[in-house]
Design a protein around this ligand. Structure first.
Ligand code: NAD
Ligand code: DAU
Length: 329
């Protein structure tokens, strides 16, 4: 099957492309190559890469020629950047998703839209979010993801589009842009730089390996029902627990841990119920503590050139804007 993979030069998309090839499919990548998109993420992979924007219907039509299905990973993905400015988030995460749905409507192709557990919002009071729970997104990022995500069942019901949604937990692994907690803290620990923990660090996230997330999305591509939504869960850990495990694995000095001013609107806890996906036959293969995190730390320590390359240029300006006043306070 020829599959259009949007955002395939980003973190999870680059794992998914490898998985599709291993299953004998033919991926075609459409990627705008924003700061988070990196052709080096596809090094050694035999795949056609088309540079273009999912919000541009002509770019989608041209890249999608001959594709029977598509998986939409393309998005602006970082909560902290969405707090600095949300315009690109609205353009890609809402308008871009609508363009992908129109493409699926006119071609009859199947579409899987990759969404996030953040659309449910904070679960401080306990419990786990199910697919039919109300959405209460807290950040501009999650609000734009919720808007795009809700278009999918609407297109399935109104036009009969063959599209499903996945809502995945916090994903980690090789090739993740070092603005997110794990790659930022691992690369900073390796470089002897501060690990800026927001607030008290007792926030809880569910950690899901990128290969397990990719396996879930491939299963939904083949077995998911039109208009249906599938949660993809991980393992619950507090941010401080993750931070201390990174210190152990890198051998970095614990004094690098620096509590800084909290993220605005910070969600305290995410937790999802993924029984619906497990009923389709999915189960994660990576345990966070035993293999997932140690292998991930090893990847960043063995790929210093990749890290140095993505941590140069615009990254430095972003880091300065995001952290310098916080770290000085
Ligand atoms: P990423 O930021 O690493 O990659 C995003 C990719 O999309 C980049 O290659 C970028 O160049 C591309 N892109 C951005 N705007 C585009 C546009 N307008 N047109 C075409 N390409 C564009 O993201 P990721 O972490 O791999 O996330 C992939 C998807 O998974 C996103 O939809 C995200 O919301 C979702 N998700 C991520 C996580 C996570 O923890 N990383 C968890 C759940 C869901
Ligand atoms: O839950 C799925 C989501 O996970 C995805 O939809 C998003 O694309 C992805 O970015 C991620 O969002 P989070 O905001 O949870 O991830 P992030 O890595 O930015 O932060 C994880 C936790 O770590 C969160 O509680 C904030 C905290 N944190 C993060 C950074 C970058 C810190 O304490 N310090 C930091 O410097």
């Amino acid at each position: 099957m020829r599959v259009l993979v949007t955002g395939g030069a980003g973190f999870i998309g680059s794992h998914f492309v490898r998985r599709l090839l291993a299953s004998g499919h033919e991926p075609v990548v459409l990627d705008k190559l924003t700061y988070a998109g990196n052709p080096a993420n596809l090094d050694g992979v035999e795949v056609k890469l088309v540079v273009g924007d999912i919000a541009d219907p002509d770019a989608v039509a041209s890249a999608g020629e001959g594709c029977e299905s598509a998986v939409n990973f393309a998005a602006e993905t970082h909560v902290d950047r969405s707090i600095l400015g949300a315009r690109e988030f609205a353009m890609t995460n809402v308008i871009g998703t609508q363009v992908m749905l129109e493409w699926a409507r006119t071609t009859g192709a199947r579409l899987v839209h990759v969404s996030t557990d953040e659309v449910y919002g904070d679960l401080e009071a306990g419990g786990r979010s199910r697919e039919d729970d109300p959405l209460r997104p807290s950040s501009p990022y999650s609000a734009t993801k919720a808007a795009g995500d809700l278009l999918v069942p609407a297109y399935a019901r109104t036009y009969g589009v063959n599209a499903s949604v996945t809502r995945g937990a916090n994903t980690y692994g090789a090739r993740q842009f070092p603005e997110k907690l794990i790659p930022l803290f691992v690369t900073n620990a390796l470089d002897g730089l501060p690990l800026p923990v927001y607030g008290d660090g007792h926030q809880v996230r569910e950690w899901l390996h990128a290969e397990d997330h990719s396996a879930a999305i491939e299963l939904v591509l083949h077995e998911g029902a039109p208009g249906e939504i599938y949660n993809v869960g991980g393992e619950d850990h507090e941010n401080l627990e993750v931070t201390h495990r990174i210190l152990e694995l890198t051998g970095a000095d614990p004094s690098l841990v620096t509590h800084v001013e909290d993220r605005a609107g910070h969600d305290r806890r995410y937790a999802i119920d993924d029984a619906k996906l497990r009923a389709l036959g999915w189960a994660p293969a990576h345990s966070f503590g035993e293999r997932g995190l140690p292998d991930t730390v090893a990847w960043y320590s063995e790929n210093r050139a990749w890290c140095d390359n993505v941590k140069s240029g615009d990254y430095r300006a972003y880091y300065e804007e995001q952290y310098s006043a916080r770290l000085k306070a």
